[in-house]
Design a protein around this ligand. Structure first.
Ligand SMILES: *Cc1c(COP(=O)(O)O)cnc(C)c1O
Length: 417
């Protein structure tokens, strides 16, 4: 459920016509619905009612300060994967004691920053990282709260680039080595073992892989208890999928029920790291048609947004619905919807039946709230686009469009040139 809908054939975000925003801020731009973000967060939250839990929203899916502030105000925490995301989270007002830090390649300065900030938990992905965190803890005279990220070796049946929980992937520690790693972790004086974490992949559209992962981890936890190691937090990561096209992922309630059942009457606090399921359908990318072109083999609609703004179609061959901002019931056409970048991978849709459009018309790329702006770049020296948030009948620019000056910020020409 989201709050992008048509009234008299004009697309609205909540109570604001998308056309009006486009006239004010220009195109392209990202557009988020406050009501949708809030609703998705609370739906997810309510799905775990009765189970002690903390929702650490995955910053990498959408890290705009306004979005993070909203989740903070609803009681949410944050799952970060870099010092930069920690900075954003703190700037947005997320309490450090609700921040978990994942990632296979944490740098020493990032670890120290997180330790100084007093985050809730480091999800450690290798033995060397464990040693480094212990050294950082010693230097800063702190005890680092940690979980080991285990790789439960379940197949999430998603795109290979976003599958993370199989043995052959770079993430986490294998189940066989995990128990031993935990035993050595308890010997480090500057770490405190408090949890187990995992994250099996993204855009997962069934509950079974999550349930399998929990069952495997419960076996590990029983082993750990036999070593005298007690676990307070079970972090099961994120990964619940959304509908982009024909997928029918489980509703968060179904996911919540399956997970609660798999947990049984255990005493730990559940940590969840959802990203896409909260923000994916709460955002769209609005773009203007620059040209239409009848090719010899196919027709093209050339728009002013490009793969640098939204890379998912190019990177994952991902499907995004494309809708007109003004629906004037013209005929449909079959075309490739492409951007201006000098790459054949710069497309939003291929051989898609869309309403007939002409230069100047506005189109929306739907379900672009997750891994949209956060994966954008300046490729082809294209300034990054603004992000706009609508609440009821008002819109707010929550990130300004970059200028040409922004493009060269920090660059300098050495004196010998
Ligand atoms: C990317 C990621 C998430 C969020 O995944 P979604 O599919 O967006 O829910 C959560 N945890 C970790 C460790 C991640 O890398």
């Amino acid at each position: 459920m989201h709050h992008f809908h048509y009234r008299d054939n004009h697309m609205f975000c909540e109570d604001v016509p998308v056309l009006e925003i486009a006239e004010n801020v220009g195109t392209p731009f990202y557009l988020y619905s406050h009501a949708t973000l809030r609703r998705h967060f609370l739906t997810f939250q309510n799905a775990f009612e009765g189970v002690p839990h903390l929702i650490c929203f995955s910053a990498k899916s959408n890290s705009n300060l306004a979005v993070l502030r909203l989740f903070a105000s609803l009681g949410g925490g944050l799952d970060i994967v870099s010092g930069g995301e920690l900075f954003r989270g703190l700037q947005a007002g997320i309490p450090p004691e609700r921040i978990v830090y994942s990632g296979v390649g944490k740098r020493e300065d990032e670890i120290e920053y997180a330790l100084q900030s007093g985050i809730m938990m480091f999800n450690i992905e290798s033995f060397q990282e464990l040693e480094l965190i212990n050294r950082c803890g010693a230097r800063l005279k702190k005890k680092a709260p940690i979980a080991l990220r285990v790789n439960p070796d379940v197949d999430p049946r998603t795109h290979p680039y976003i599958s993370t929980g199989l043995k052959q992937e770079k993430f986490g520690l294998g189940m066989e080595s995990a128990a031993e790693a935990y035993r050595s972790a308890t010997a480090f004086p500057h770490v405190e073992v408090i949890g187990v974490s995992c994250h099996i992949g993204s855009q997962v559209t069934e509950v079974a892989p999550f349930v399998d992962a929990i069952h495997r981890i419960k076996v590990l936890i029983t082993t750990l208890e036999s070593f005298g190691i007690s676990i307070s937090y079970l972090d099961i990561g994120g990964g619940l999928g959304i509908t982009y096209d024909q997928e029918s992922p489980p509703h968060p309630n179904e996911y919540g029920r399956a997970i609660s059942e798999a947990l049984g009457d255990s005493s730990f606090t559940l940590v969840l790291e959802p990203g896409r399921v909260i923000v994916g359908n709460a955002g769209i990318l609005v773009t203007r048609v620059l040209y239409t072109k009848k090719g010899e083999a196919k027709d093209f609609v050339i728009v002013d947004a490009a793969m640098n703004d939204l890379v998912r179609p190019s990177l994952y061959d991902a499907y995004h619905a494309i809708e007109p901002v003004v629906r004037d019931h013209k005929e449909t056409m079959r075309a490739d919807v492409v951007g201006p970048i000098c790459e054949s991978a710069d497309f939003f849709a291929k051989d898609r039946d869309i309403p007939c459009v002409e230069a100047g018309d506005l189109l929306t790329v739907m379900s672009a709230g997750a891994y949209g702006f956060t994966m954008s770049s300046n490729y082809n020296s294209r300034p990054r686009v603004p992000e706009v948030m609508v609440k009821k009948d008002q819109f707010y620019v929550v990130r300004a469009r970059e200028s040409y000056e922004d493009l060269i910020k920090g660059e300098s020409i050495p004196p010998f040139l």
